[in-house]
Write a protein that binds this ligand. Structure first.
Ligand SMILES: [Zn+2]
Length: 168
């Protein structure tokens, strides 16, 4: 499937290429980068099986591994040190043929893990290029997300487990 590139960047193209291996309606690729070198890579793994079709969407989502965690696990399995590395995440929605981009990072599922492994920054794609967030900034944004208008939706989608991980 051909997608328009929103910006020409080696890491962005790498993330999108990884995302094409994903099977779900939301496809993300992610890499861990240290000193300009890719030390881990992954894509989100939605579980696609007819038996699971009957389950609620939020339950299926909870069962999926996010691309960021797959990239982190890949780096760890390869024996790479993750301290001070940066996470890049990008993706697309195949049904609507839209690219994923946003100016804030609010993934409360991955944030605690990225902090545990001392990731420095998260790069999020926008039409103009990557936006860099340090972990503290990302936490502040996630708190606003959790405390704000999205709270009910977030609770419904992800349950209290992820929210409590943030120690809000
Ligand atoms: Zn995530």
């Amino acid at each position: 499937m051909e997608f328009p590139k929103i910006f020409d960047d080696e890491f962005y193209i790498k993330c999108i290429n990884l995302a094409t291996s994903s099977k779900g309606n939301e496809r993300y690729g992610s890499i861990l980068v240290l000193d300009s070198k890719i030390i881990g890579e992954g894509y989100n793994r939605a579980i696609v099986h007819p038996a699971l079709e009957k389950l609620e969407r939020r339950i299926r989502q909870g069962m999926a591994n996010h691309a960021e965690i797959e990239a982190l696990n890949d780096a760890l399995f390869k024996g790479n040190k993750t301290e001070n590395s940066d996470v890049y995440v990008a993706g697309y929605f195949p049904n609507s043929k839209r690219l994923f981009f946003k100016t804030e990072y609010t993934c409360v599922k991955c944030l605690p893990h990225l902090r545990n492994y001392e990731i420095s920054n998260i790069y999020v794609p926008t039409p103009g290029g990557w936006i860099k967030k340090d972990l503290n900034e990302a936490y502040e944004e996630a708190k606003k997300f959790v405390n704000g208008t999205h709270q009910k939706r977030l609770e419904a989608m992800r349950g209290e487990f992820y929210i409590s991980q943030l120690n809000l």
